[in-house]
Design a protein around this ligand. Structure first.
Ligand code: ZN
Length: 161
């Protein structure tokens, strides 16, 4: 069967940013299982996987707009050091989690200028062109229960209990 809406797809993937250096990948023998057509993976990748069948591999290049979005300059803010947790010594490149009403969001330290700290609230992959190598390991129809829950059950998916 081919991948379509409400398919459960087991996907082996590798992600790099154009230079071949892998920054994310599925664990060996443990493909990612996701529910197709429910925006559980970035839109550009989901669109490219549509229609693929078991055993098929593909290289997919995803522009930022179809990936994690463009980098938003508004997301780069300068905050006083006193807003950071006490005892935390900020260094460029570090990420800490900021607790907000919308949940925890990652906050990247971009620069430290004395008592001012420049932080970036954008997703770390915002503005990046994503290069995926993917192999579809399995395609099956989702069960009614999975569709009701909105996620995959079993290996590579959600476990209740
Ligand atoms: Zn469930």
């Amino acid at each position: 069967m081919r991948v379509g809406k409400d398919s459960v797809v087991s996907l082996e993937y590798r992600l790099h940013l154009g230079d071949g250096e892998v920054i994310d990948q599925s664990a060996p023998g443990q493909p990612l299982a996701y529910l197709h057509g429910h925006r559980q993976i970035v839109p550009g990748l989901e669109g490219a996987i549509e229609g693929m069948s078991t055993g098929e591999s593909k290289q997919v290049v995803v522009a930022p707009g179809q990936g994690y979005g463009e980098h938003d300059p508004e997301g780069v803010r300068t905050v006083p050091r006193s807003m950071l947790p006490p005892g935390f010594n900020p260094e460029p490149g570090q990420t800490l989690m900021a607790r907000t009403e919308q949940g925890d969001i990652p906050l990247r330290i971009q620069e430290v200028q004395g008592d001012a700290v420049v932080v970036d609230l954008n997703h770390p992959l915002a503005g990046k062109t994503l290069h995926f190598d993917v192999t579809v390991r399995e395609v099956r129809a989702a069960t009614n229960e999975e569709l009701t829950h909105g996620h995959v059950h079993g290996p590579g998916g959600h476990h209740h209990g």
